[in-house]
Design a protein around this ligand. Structure first.
Ligand SMILES: [Zn+2]
Length: 236
């Protein structure tokens, strides 16, 4: 009784008698393998590659709706699994991904800026509405800018959240901050000497008067503790 390794089958294309390992597995085929050997199938594939690809493409085009519905359903049924897989992949390939993104951006700079421009033009109203919403929903806050070298402090209030720190930095970097003391200090000590510190985060709809009162109270507290402030609008 021959065992599986010694069993052979004749290829219907080249006619050679070959061991079963020379054929691809195929459940409904005789002896559980395909009728044509691996070599013949590969040859057949190479000879018909373009035709096969065209057929696949045609199938995809003719069944686009069905395929995308299947994908959507699969996605919905396996959402957690898929997002966990994606997350893991991103974590394990962080460097590879960021390198690829960087390269893509470099190679497609014009295309990307054209796409952005087009997207903006097509969605102008939606985008400006969203920006308005975004700005309106930023938290109000009382904040400080600390010079960690001299311990001098700038006290401020804003309804623009952390964006306010970006605004300060942009002015300071360009040498056009409206507070000359702070600007001078920034020029001397450099950006790394300064820290942004949120003292109190407040609801976005808090009115300006309440913010100004809180700001004034903080300034007075600092002064009574002997701190030196950059502010020029120090309350009496
Ligand atoms: Zn063959």
């Amino acid at each position: 009784m021959p065992n599986n390794e010694e069993q052979t089958k004749e290829c219907t294309r080249c006619g050679q008698e070959k061991p079963l390992s020379g054929f691809h597995k195929h459940k409904s085929g005789r002896l559980g393998v395909r009728s044509q050997c691996k070599v013949c199938r590969e040859q057949h594939y190479q000879e018909n590659r373009d035709r096969l690809l065209a057929r696949q493409k045609q199938y995809y085009q003719e069944n686009q709706d069905k395929i995308s519905a299947q994908r959507k359903q699969y996605y919905q049924e396996n959402q957690d699994k898929i997002s966990a897989q994606r997350k893991q992949y991103r974590q394990e390939n962080k460097d590879k991904i960021s390198e690829r993104d960087k390269q893509y951006r470099q190679e497609n700079r014009d295309k990307i800026s054209e796409q952005k421009k087009q997207h903006y033009q097509e969605n102008r109203d939606k985008i400006s509405e969203r920006q308005k919403q975004y700005l309106q929903n930023l938290p109000s806050m009382i904040y400080e800018i600390h010079n960690t070298m001299t311990k001098q402090i700038y006290v401020g209030q804003t309804s623009y959240g952390r964006r306010r720190w970006s605004q300060h930095k942009s002015k300071l970097r360009n040498g056009i901050h409206k507070n000359p003391q702070l600007q001078k200090s920034w020029n001397i000590w450099g950006e790394d000497a300064f820290r942004f510190n949120i003292v109190e985060e407040l609801p976005c709809d808090l009115n300006k008067e309440q913010l100004l009162e809180k700001e004034a109270a903080l300034m007075l507290e600092h002064i009574s503790n002997g701190a030196k402030l950059y502010n020029e609008n120090i309350p009496e």
